[in-house]
Design a protein around this ligand. Sequence first.
Ligand code: PHE
Length: 499
Amino acid sequence: MKERGQWGSRLAFVLAASGSAVGLGNLWKFPYLAWRFGMSEGGTGAGGFVFVYLLSVLLVGLPVMVAEIVIGRLGRRNPVGSFEVLRPKTKWKYVGVLGVVTGFLIMSYYCVVAGWSIEYVAKSIAWEFGGYDTFITDKEALQHVWEKEGKGESFEAFASKLQAKQDLETILRETKLQIFPERLFQDFISSPAKLVFYLFVLIALTALVVLGGIKKGIERWNKILMPALLLIMLILVARAVTLPKGGQALEALLYPDLSSVGFDTVLWALGQAFFSLSLGMGAMVTYGSYMRREDKITPSALMVSLVDTLIALCASFVIFSSIMSYNIQLKGGGIGNLFTAIPAIFIHMPMGRALCILFYFLVAFAALTSTVSLLEVVASYFIDQRGMDRRKSVILSSTGIFVLGVPCALSFNLLKDVTFFSKTFFDLLDFLCANIALPLGGIFLCIFAGFVLKHEEVKKELFELSSGAVLVWRFLVRFVAPAAIFCVFLGLIMGRISA
Ligand code: PHE
């Protein structure tokens, strides 16, 4: 077998795996879910959701992550190869195949949105958001207010009433500030050429990192991008603390009010934990396969889960405190909010421009370190299983991802009306991957690690744990995690979860 790459240190693994875990899921999906389950329509706080999420990470996410790393380091291959090495001539390798295919699919739609962050770095440097007064007329703003509050009145009657108001200036300004980022976003995503271009840029950047290999590519870039990401997050948090509603936001996020927790909360929190920790498709198997024999798996997995959770909480805090301080409206659950509500917030804020630039860098870095892990899963399959060299494998995988990515990008414009089960191509892929393929892969990974691998095999890898602790982990992986994931499936079938 060819010489395989290896991380240079335990920290390198922790940074790379945290890079995979921290992504759009943390920056948008988690804050949005916390808001939806705790703050919308008279909600009393998101602490209940956060509490359930923490439990899901601890009881399900963490044990599954350990299981994936164990499988990877034992097998020393990509997900397909690892299963093949560990249990040759069995059907287990198909769990790996499911993982590699899922990685390929996630990458092709994830890169579309990740690419938007680059355009938004540019937009915030040029401070396009500042043009709200030039590009939105007073009449348009009035019309917007009328559509929202007019209630059957004619536009003229409503407008003259509004024009007589003392705070007309403020109303118009606030309305323009709301409409303008949305207008910019709609203009942007309705351009097929731009979306395909940024998709290409993001895939190309990812490919460049992965081409460098484990130490000189993935490790090196994660060592730069992850500390930068943490620093940016720190600056944003420092700003959010000093906003008028900073304290209230913190309380809304952390005070565990369990009265608001229902079955739905549990299902969503669990699904989110899975996606956010990059579990169920072999990303951690692959990264684990490059881990040095002497490095301890459990403390590393603990660190990764901690970083991932902290970033999700910080992002929520920044977003909560801004939304509450500036009274910004969220539109539905879509990822679009990341590109409409966020600029609206920064326009209001002193030092908003600089912070906005930092914010979109944060999004870009977080997304890139995640796409790197996705591409590595696919590329390592071709390297290990098909004997390709890294260069050829990366080029082949990225080309395939781009080809599938194009219809995903176009589902925001040209293919907007082409739907399957009333979902666009983009939404359909997201649903199939995040809600079906990842949990399914997760259950199989648990069964394999819990029942198929022998106690001695696992004990050797988890040398840092006492026999008792290994047994606790086994119990979680054998029973708790699969049962919990199975409930997510049931919820899906019963229609309690929709995409
Ligand atoms: N964990 C990443 C996020 O939160 C997404 C991801 C899923 C990355 C699966 C790799 C594998 O955005």
